[in-house]
Design a protein around this ligand. Structure first.
Ligand SMILES: [Zn+2]
Length: 78
């Protein structure tokens, strides 16, 4: 496997399976990045139809032009 070039600083957030409700997902949209900047988290809706909205963190996008790593610093799980 050869390393694939990273374009757009888009990271998959698979591996973080914390489930958030809408309020927490909204509050969780802008997070600090390990590069010293901050980025935007997008959330994926995971609830079945007809059930209350449930989100998981899907992708993280950091727009700061800095050397990486561009990884979200997530708040501690409570
Ligand atoms: Zn960054």
């Amino acid at each position: 496997m050869s390393p694939t070039p990273v374009g757009g600083n888009l990271l998959s957030m698979t591996g973080d399976a914390e489930v958030l409700d809408r309020v927490r997902a909204d509050a969780d949209r802008v997070v600090l990045c390990r590069c010293g900047g901050s980025g935007r988290l997008d959330h994926a809706l995971v609830n079945p139809p007809g059930e209350p909205e449930r989100y998981v963190r899907d992708t993280f996008t950091c727009t700061w032009d800095r050397p990486g790593p561009h990884e979200p610093i997530l708040p501690p799980h409570v």
